[in-house]
Design a protein around this ligand. Structure first.
Ligand SMILES: [Zn+2]
Length: 312
């Protein structure tokens, strides 16, 4: 199946947008810009890679915001994580492959949970791809049957609109699912961004996201993610961690990051498999999970806003 997106889908989303500063309604001005009905914000059309998109980043308007944070924080129990999480990669192998030729940076575990959400809730879930990059996640989501998908980014050729993840231009309760792949390490205040995600999500919403643990310096990255980091970020915003697993291993990530040539990465995947094989001989799957908890290239999570929303 080819991508089913059309202009009318984007037109629909544009009518749903609010001011990113004060969440007041917007109005379409005669010059085509979107303007706030209560403050000085306007969203102009800007050009990204020869495409014109609306810019909701409000680059010219500084803003001070306040965040609530609940103390104390409870860390994850390592043995519970090893026992109950890391389910996604194994579950993904039980599903038949998606029968479309699409490139996606979504790992098999994230694909598994998104396909399960589709099977359980149908095609109409409203999905935000936060930090969509070239738009490949949307192609995957469309390919498995979802139709209400909007892709946003700070600046990327696949973005439907440009946004700042720290002040999203969506009304409360707009989305059922937020997907965010390899984005959160690039956000200078992840708690503020997750607060925004929770605000624009429905009370029953889900979050599928992953962020880098390694690669300290790549394309302006600020905070890199550990399992406890994800857990705290999610819990502070009303999400329950349902599953946690790893992306690429720490060995290929380290080799690819330190030694730029691509063939080191390939060598790294093999070495990672070898090391995990040794840990498996020694401690079974739990041994591999303990190794993966100590270090990985990236950690990926699936979370639900209420405990009863878990899917398996
Ligand atoms: Zn405003």
């Amino acid at each position: 199946m080819v991508e089913t997106r059309s202009g009318s889908v984007l037109d629909h989303w544009l009518t749903q947008l609010v001011c990113p500063l004060d969440h007041a309604p917007l109005t379409r001005a005669a010059d085509g810009t979107w303007q706030c009905t209560s403050c000085a914000f306007t969203a102009p059309l800007v050009t990204v890679n020869d495409r014109q998109v609306y810019d909701f980043r409000a680059l010219n308007i500084p803003q001070t915001v306040q965040l609530e944070f609940c103390i104390p924080v409870q860390p994850l129990d390592r043995y519970e994580v090893v026992r109950t999480m890391f389910r996604a990669p194994a579950e993904a192998t039980k599903q038949p492959p998606v029968n479309v030729a699409i490139k996606t940076k979504l790992d098999p575990g994230s694909q598994h949970y998104l396909r399960t959400l589709y099977e359980q809730h149908g095609p109409n879930l409203r999905i935000l791809d936060l930090g969509c990059g070239s738009g490949d996640n949307r192609k995957f989501l469309n390919a498995i049957g979802f139709t209400n998908v909007i892709g946003v980014d700070w600046s990327a050729k696949g973005a439907d609109i440009l946004v700042d993840a720290h002040r999203l231009p969506f009304a409360a309760g707009t989305f059922d699912v937020v997907v965010s792949t390899a984005v959160f390490e690039h956000l200078y205040n992840p708690f503020l961004a997750m607060h925004n995600i929770a605000r624009v999500s429905t009370p029953r919403a889900w979050f599928v996201g992953g962020a880098s643990f390694w690669e300290a310096w790549h394309g302006s990255s600020y905070f890199h993610f550990t399992p406890d980091g994800w857990q705290t970020l999610l819990n502070q915003n009303g999400y329950q961690l349902q599953d946690l697993w790893t992306g690429w291993g720490v060995i290929p990530a380290a080799l690819a990051h330190v030694f730029t040539p691509g063939h080191f990465r390939k060598f790294g995947y093999g070495l990672q498999r070898l090391v995990e094989g040794v840990f498996r001989l020694w401690g079974g799957d739990a041994g591999v999970r303990k190794l993966q908890l100590r270090a990985s290239g990236a950690y990926i999570v699936f979370a639900a806003r209420t405990q009863s929303n878990g899917v398996t």
